[in-house]
Unconditional design. Sequence first.
Length: 56
Amino acid sequence: MTSKEKMLCVSCKQELGKKGVVFKCPKCGKQDIARCLKCKKLASQYVCEKCKFVGP
């Protein structure tokens, strides 16, 4: 996996930066979900590319 700073947020497509988070999809557990701090705080929607789970 690439460094967290180089990953893109699944909601806004911006680089995560140092305060972004990466976690496995809560439904399937197979896809990494990357969220920037701004989208996490705003509870922006994201979609898992593997199982199509939509989360806040």
